[in-house]
Design a protein. Sequence first.
Length: 403
Amino acid sequence: MSEFLKKRGTIAILTGGGDVPGLNPAIRAITLRAIEEGYQVIGLKRGWLGITELIRDKNADNSNNYMVLSEEIVNKSGRTGGSFLHTSRTRPSHFAKDLVPVHLQSKYNKEINDLTPEVLKNLDYLGVDYIIPIGGDETLSYAVRMCQEGVKVIAIPKTMDNDVPGTDYCIGFSTCITRTISMVNTLRTTAGSHERILVVEIFGRYAGFTAMLPTMAGAASRCVIPEHKFNIEKLTEIMVHDRNTNPSKYSVLLVSEGATMEGGDEKVMPTKESEMHLNESIGSIGDVVSRKIRELSPKYNNGKTINVIEQNLGYLVRGGDPDAIDAIVPMAFGNLALDLILKGIHGRLVVLRNGRYDNAPLDVITSQRKTVDVKRFYNTERYRPHYKSFEFQPLFIMTGNLS
């Protein structure tokens, strides 16, 4: 029997993966519209983890796993950054033995466990009719699994990297770009004062959109991205040339966290947890590039070493309030999700394509990978975007490379 007395039905919302500005506006939009249409709305806490750990007992304290949402709750948080429902990178289909909830450990004791049967029972226990997960590739990949299991899913794309397939835009991307441009411009004064090369590492594990757009906007002269391995000798020569021909005697390079160099150690490539724990023995790719450029700089600077400023923007582009686009798009995405539910449609991903809001089959998330079209948008000889052929391109230029 359902935990709740139903009205028109129950809609569950969760946010998974890394936090970004725009999550709370999306939760607010969904909740306000759903309540207006007669639905009850519950927020599943900590991504897929909350619904996995739930105990199906009316006497159990599940306050850390879900909450009933109201207009008062979402209005209070709807203009802020982060997720008041909290988040995690949990995938219930891949639960390590030591992370299995205590009440399930006798049943699931393999090294890696699939707790999907428990998730399905827990959703049924809560009387969930539709679930709206807001997340990136891992969160939404599991949403595809839920859909295959018969759960009615409407997904909303969220990731600063903007790499969810099927959509030109993911919540959080605009704020990330805005913050990157602003912060790099702030660092210019120090780079110029000391006549140094500025290397800024930014998010972008598998796709280089977060490096390409700020560079295109003038925040940097060069960028290296995951889609193309770079030659550190050539990159150093270019950065030294940029610095020496700049009247202010500095140059700026953006490095995607997933970028790799020719002949480099693949272990520099970050994992999902690299945002919390960097490999101390090797360092991040930004560290490696900075050291190499300083080491090689005398070769291209008449024997004189050029010092390098290295900065990892990290969580600075995650925190804080959303910009205008990340306040408006989540509102639209939330209402798109409700439009589909009201039509009895599910198994869809709400999207922005070619400048218009739309929806796509949910399994587009797992059917392909969304990355920068290097041949079309990236100059592999000069390590910078191509500045041409903008006619009829979407708002963020190279983010619409999928049909």
